[in-house]
Write a protein that binds this ligand. Sequence first.
Ligand SMILES: *[C@@H]1O[C@H](CO)[C@@H](O)[C@H](O)[C@H]1NC(C)=O
Length: 184
Amino acid sequence: MPAWGALFLLWAVVEATKDCPSSCTCQPLETMGLWVDCIGQGLTALPTLPAHTRHLLLTNNSLHEVPPGAFDHLPQLQTLEVTQNPWHCDCTLTYLRLWLEDHAPETLQYVVCASPSLVAARPLGQLTGYELGNCGWQLQTPWASPGTWWDVALVAVGILGLALLAGLLCTTSRFQNQAWSRNP
Ligand SMILES: *[C@@H]1O[C@H](CO)[C@@H](O)[C@H](O)[C@H]1NC(C)=O
């Protein structure tokens, strides 16, 4: 066996056993990633996943939520299977929805919400932004931003300046007129 083959095997075995969550089985792929199988383990929370996770199977668990950003440290993650979980489809699940929209939009119709009652039994992919809620994020109204107040203040100062200048000009020209009329 060539040396790189032996090295790869060693790497694969170390990676597969090192960070594998206790309730999952991990298998190295020839493409240097990991196949992480956590199907039907009764998981109620996302386990801590190995950095090289490429395919992640979470089917048939008791997962309610995916913390926003949960897959950001898994750059190799390509497939994610999350069906058959009692998803609580509120604003925090927006992260999962966007991840699936980006990587596997066809699976979104099979990811079904269990709660809240407004969206129970509906596929995550069908929910509107209103139904998911916005977690209190709000677009800043233009009048509330400090930048706008600065602009308003600048315009006010400008107008005041112009008014003063105009007043000054009027006064000087009146003086001049008076001077003219006194000394024709
Ligand atoms: C889901 O997992 C449970 C164990 O948590 C198992 O008993 C059940 O048969 C599984 N269901 C399916 C459809 O695979």
